[in-house]
Design a protein around this ligand. Sequence first.
Ligand code: ZN
Length: 280
Amino acid sequence: MHENLFARTEGLFDVEAFAESRVLIAGCGSGGGQVALQLVMSGVKHFTLIDNDMMKSENVIRHVCGLRFVGRRKVDALEDVLKDRNPDISVLKVKEDLLLWNGLESEVQRSHIVVLATDNDPTRYQMNELCVRTETPFVVGKVFTRGIGGEVFGYRPGESGCLACLEGVLERTKFRDGVREIDLASEEDREKMYGLSPQEIKDSPGLAVDIGFITLFHVRYAMDALARLAPQRPAFLPAISENYVVWGNRPIHPFSKSFELQRITLHRQEDCLVCGGANE
Ligand SMILES: [Zn+2]
């Protein structure tokens, strides 16, 4: 009944390539919502959405869901928006806290990939451990303070390091100073650095357009993770060789110009407490 939906892309891209893929979206905020919508537009049809938040008016200006969704659960609002783009998709909604939901492991296991789009490290690291244990690929995106840039990492089971490995490798990247400054500095230091209270910093991670650059890398990494599982890689989707990118939106330290990119291939670190050789 909706046979013309993909008429403008099917000459370029095999939209059936991802039709059987199941994608778990962990966190349905501005990042997770955008990634999910882009994946629908790329032919993904099976989603699990996990989030226990409500849409509030202050979310609207950066979210795929507008004012008419305020007061509804983010998973319900996002389902509505995704099905408006393709009514033939299936959506499983989980209105639970990621850290507390006891169905998480089995849901991760039956998903092909996890899109990790929560806004805090405890959920990122729990999901990292779970995905390493179940050998499930995941892609994670993070926007740096005030939207000056961000990073996207893809975990490739049996091939790459994990999120915990990345911490060690960051020591050797040219943006390490900036990443430490932004994310690892004490609250007192951050206050001095930006003249903002820690709460203001936490709540001001940039304009939608700045988040958008990171989000689109995140989408591309998700598509690459799905393509790696396909019996044959879809045409027009060459493999992304590096599994970690850092993107700078603006010439603010650690970035020196607008639209600056660093690519890294993260290998498994033998001494990693999550995925290292010591665990085998
Ligand atoms: Zn690791």
